[in-house]
Design a protein around this ligand. Structure first.
Ligand code: PLP
Length: 460
């Protein structure tokens, strides 16, 4: 065993990509190298990352929404250190620890309404699996209705309610009885619900892969229809939850009360994987309906002390540092700024989202012949690569980490930490103006890069 583990670890920094290529996922390494994202980060603090050369990066990806508090938040760290130092009787399993009860108490306080029970798990996809099982068990029905373009995770149950063929292809038959409806469209939803076969209707209030937001009035009507036809309304707040959209939970913008809420990502504080299914006692009691069935849905690591400590600390930091309020204020700063900048770029068709979950959608420009021709040429080679013309220079020229929203879409998405301050919003908006201006220089370096990338993708 190394006496100085960190010194030993640092010696291997330059082997990271080689090791990953050999033993983990060579295709991922190839992708990172192709777009020039093969950096060696050595430190993360708040909204920033630093590489080995000491260069500072602004993180607008936040580990896909995990680092809502920024990286290595000192209050969460302090609580985790105290827990580690205590030699706690972790995961005894045949006992009840106060930590999980305290997290459940605080979480349900913020969810509100009659959703007073929590099932703990280890990830977003596992919370969705739990929601599907609970809904089936509580209603005695099998079918699950989901939305086009939905993303709820990649285990087989959650994959069965994924709205993109790309993720499902080549993985065989998934859950039976899943039925897709268009997002934000009540008529087809009512048609599916009226069969009275659906246990649940599951949706994200802001879709992660498109940044489409539910229309005003949509959720209230969806809830009314679900109740009318005996279907449970499941809101997947894995990405939107815990303040990101400017309310503790996104559905609270519309004053409705779902039957089940899925939570994960930010709850971890960026430290320990955790997930939660929050629901009504009636639903939970239908699942765990006898002593014999008291762990009929369970997992080994759920409720472990470190996860619960991280979750409790995270909830406290969100409250004490007024991060929900900050997300609302800074979300407006970014949305307003991006809308103004977007209006100057003929490729931007829409800037949309809620709070600090913002997407930019790109489309073929309407006027300039030169820009239309460039767009067409790129799209003949590859659909969905245009976003890289923004993401790559944001990283290479401006040291801002972002990502396209999903495969085969023209949307790029921004998920800054909820702690973000005005200075960093300014850094980001200046950079966005610059990279969007560059898209209009044809021929130009930005187009050369993305054409090269499209050709490399075809060759691969
Ligand atoms: C809305 C939503 N649900 C579920 C998941 C799956 O979460 P996990 O990756 O933790 O399984 C994600 C992940 O991005 C998500 O955005």
């Amino acid at each position: 065993m190394q006496t100085d583990f960190m010194a030993w670890l640092r010696q291997h920094d330059n082997r990271a990509y080689e090791l990953y290529e050999e033993h983990v996922n060579p295709a991922f390494v190839k992708m990172l190298k192709t777009i020039g994202f093969d950096k060696c980060y050595v430190r993360g603090e708040g909204p920033y990352l630093w590489d080995a050369a000491g260069q500072k990066y602004l993180d607008f990806l936040t580990g896909w929404g995990v680092f809502a508090l920024g990286r290595n938040h000192p209050k969460v760290k302090a609580i985790l250190k105290q827990l580690l130092d205590e030699n706690l009787p972790n995961l005894v399993r045949m006992n009840c620890s106060p930590l999980s009860g305290l997290v459940a108490e605080k979480l349900t306080e913020h969810v509100g309404g009659g959703l007073t029970r929590v099932f703990f798990c280890n990830s977003g996809t596992e919370s969705v699996e739990g929601a599907i099982k609970f809904a089936r068990c509580a209603t005695g029905r099998q079918d699950i209705i989901y939305c086009d373009h939905a993303f709820h995770g990649l285990t087989t149950g959650a994959l069965a309610v994924n709205g993109a063929d790309f993720f499902r292809e080549r993985f065989g038959d998934l859950l039976p009885g899943t039925r897709k409806v268009p997002f934000n469209d009540l008529e087809p939803l009512e048609r599916e619900l009226s069969s009275k076969k659906a246990a649940a209707f599951i949706l994200e209030p802001v879709q992660g892969k498109s940044c489409e937001v539910v229309k005003d009035g949509y959720l209230a009507e969806a809830q009314r229809l679900c109740r009318k036809f005996g279907t449970l309304l499941v809101l997947d707040e894995v990405q939107t939850g815990l303040g990101r959209t400017g309310k503790w939970f996104c559905y609270q913008h519309w004053d409705i009360e779902p039957d089940i809420v899925c939570v994960s990502k930010a709850l971890s504080g960026g430290f320990v994987p955790v997930g939660a299914v929050v629901t009504r006692p009636k639903i939970m009691d239908a699942v765990f309906n006898s002593m014999e069935r008291c762990v009929v849905h369970s997992n080994t690591f759920g409720q472990n002390d470190m996860a619960m400590g991280a979750a409790l600390a995270t909830l406290q930091v969100i409250e004490e540092d007024h991060l929900v309020e900050n997300a609302a204020i800074m979300g407006e700063v970014l949305m307003d700024g991006l809308k103004k900048i977007g209006a100057t770029c003929p490729f931007v068709s829409e800037v949309r989202g809620k709070g600090l979950m913002i997407g930019i959608d790109f489309d073929r420009p309407k006027d300039s012949f030169k820009l239309k021709a460039a767009w067409d040429m790129l799209h003949k080679l590859n659909f969905g690569v245009f976003g890289q013309m923004i993401v790559i220079p944001l990283m290479q020229k401006h040291r801002i980490l972002t990502q396209v929203a999903g495969y085969h879409t023209e949307v790029i998405k921004f998920l800054p930490p909820m702690t973000i301050a005005q200075d960093d919003c300014d850094w980001f908006l200046r950079a966005m103006q610059d990279v969007l201006d560059d898209t209009q220089r044809v021929p130009g370096a930005a187009w050369d890069t993305v054409m090269g990338l499209a050709k490399a993708t075809i060759r691969a």
